[in-house]
Ligand binder design. Structure first.
Ligand SMILES: C[S@@+](CC[C@H](N)C(=O)[O-])C[C@H]1O[C@@H](n2cnc3c(N)ncnc32)[C@H](O)[C@@H]1O
Length: 453
């Protein structure tokens, strides 16, 4: 099972076994902390001693990747000997060096110790706030969360249920798997779906010297740049919750008339945060609010639509693009597509897979007027073999990520492991079908356009 897709927030550093090869007290403390963090949706790296059977290099590869990912390293030790053991020292010191060299911004080491005099801590631990191991693990967990919040990497998801799926909110992560590549392909293939809607809005807006566009959930900026950079009198604000995507967008999809900023569309301070961004760029209202493939990830899409409506100019338009797993028709896939969708829909933490058909009602329910569906049908009949491979990547390959997330959260659950393996197998079979000449696939991109009043 390839596990290198996991991105870690926290690295738990501890001595695993003592000189007689028995588990240390440190490893038990680490396991308790790991569980507490996982329950809060925080991905922690808990070194896997089994990797040693493949040699030191395998272990080192795994920890290097986790050290690179993590923003917090918790240094657990119940005595000085363990604190200075080979790997514990290596992990802590390389993390500390990354901080000193500026390779890690807003990163923290959290010494979590007992039986060790604070004054005799090694240099790489001095200067960090120290926590004593006692019965209250909550205290150190809260401190870790505060550190992660400084990086905007922590979003409390534990008790949140999506109002549309009834399951835990979407665990979608645009930085996971092949999403960077997939979102680029998707942006190219969905241009014909968006352009009639965008042109319709531009044609029907009253003349203005400058028009302001919001792209809500812009990810890497592929769609933002492709659809809006060439509109001469437009200024576009792209917002997203993923800082990693935004950094990429600023570097690779920049344009004089586009800016990319952090904004959580569901945060309780959404109004204040959006208002200060609008003030920063002297935006009074938006003329077009655009959002593609985003609201099906939100916990409460209607609340977002209601709130954002207030920021639309009187004559302004909203454009939403959604997708719907019920819109797929195919011939020659031996029922694989239905099986894949069935497995996907049963997974916890998925987005709303039937969002496309709901856009019309969601807009009406959220106060918008003149809702038009300008949907677009695409099929594989005119595509060559490489383009068909792209459609497979865009529409299917990523579905394993949700099952992988579910499995990673519960790695000892055999059901989840089996489901992931079955999905990987079915996707491999379907990928081959997409390259068969007689196989045909068709689906609808749902695009809704509406007015504020
Ligand atoms: C499937 S991607 C679509 C990206 C882009 N609109 C496109 O069409 O290529 C969904 C995006 O929504 C963002 N997103 C999800 N929840 C969000 C939230 N609460 N606030 C802001 N962005 C969010 C994700 O980070 C991700 O970049």
């Amino acid at each position: 099972m390839p596990m290198n897709d996991i991105r870690y927030d926290v690295f738990i550093s501890f001595k695993n076994t003592d000189k007689d090869n028995n588990p240390t007290e440190d490893s038990q403390i680490a396991a308790i902390l790991y569980k507490e963090l996982e329950q809060r949706g925080i991905k922690a790296f808990f070194s896997n001693v089994r990797l040693f059977q493949f040699g030191e290099a395998a272990y080192k590869d795994a920890i290097e990747k986790a050290l690179d990912d993590s923003k917090v390293l918790v240094a657990i030790a119940t005595n000085e000997e363990f604190l200075n053991s080979k790997w514990v020292k290596y992990e802590r010191e390389s993390f500390h060096e990354d901080i000193l060299a500026g390779r890690k911004e807003n990163a923290y080491i959290v010494p979590y110790i007992k039986n060790i005099n604070v004054n005799s801590l090694p240099r790489s631990l001095r200067g960090y706030e120290t926590f004593q191991i006692n019965n209250n693990v909550e205290e150190v967990v809260m401190f870790i969360i505060a550190c992660l919040k400084k990086n905007n990497e922590y979003k409390e998801k534990k008790f949140e249920k999506s109002l549309t799926t009834g399951k835990n909110v979407s665990t979608y992560d645009p930085t996971k798997g092949k999403e960077l590549k997939r979102l680029k392909i998707q942006s190219d293939y969905t241009r014909p779906a968006d352009m009639p809607a965008i042109e319709y809005c531009l044609k029907n807006l009253p003349h203005k010297d400058k028009i302001y566009i919001l792209d809500a959930g812009c990810a890497y900026g592929y769609v933002t740049s492709n659809r809006f950079s060439k509109i001469e009198n437009a200024f576009t604000l792209g917002v997203d919750i993923s800082n990693k995507c935004l950094e990429y967008a600023r570097e690779h999809n920049h344009s004089d008339n586009i800016v990319y900023e952090y904004l959580d569309l569901e945060n309780e301070d959404f109004d204040d945060n959006l208002t200060s961004l609008m003030e920063k760029y002297s935006i009074d209202k938006f003329d077009i609010i655009f959002s593609s493939l985003v609201i099906h990830h939100l916990k409460n899409p209607n609340r977002f639509l209601r709130k954002i409506r207030k920021y639309l100019s009187k004559d302004g338009f909203i454009i939403l693009r959604g997708s719907d797993d019920g819109s797929m028709v195919s011939c020659g896939d031996d029922g694989l597509i239905n099986k894949i969708i069935d497995m996907h829909v049963k997974t916890d933490g998925i987005s709303d897979r039937f969002n496309g058909r709901k856009l019309y009602g969601q807009l009406i329910a959220s106060g918008y007027k003149n809702v038009k569906m300008m949907s677009y049908i695409k099929d594989t009949s005119s595509l060559d073999i490489d383009e068909k491979e792209d459609v497979f990547l865009e529409r299917f390959a990523y579905r394993k990520n949700y099952l992988q997330n579910a499995f990673e959260k519960d790695p000892y659950n055999i059901e989840k492991k089996n489901a992931l393996e079955a999905m990987v197998y079915a996707l491999d079979m379907l990928e081959n079908k997409f390259s068969e000449e007689s196989f045909w696939y068709c689906e609808i991109d749902f695009v809704a356009v509406a007015k504020r009043v």
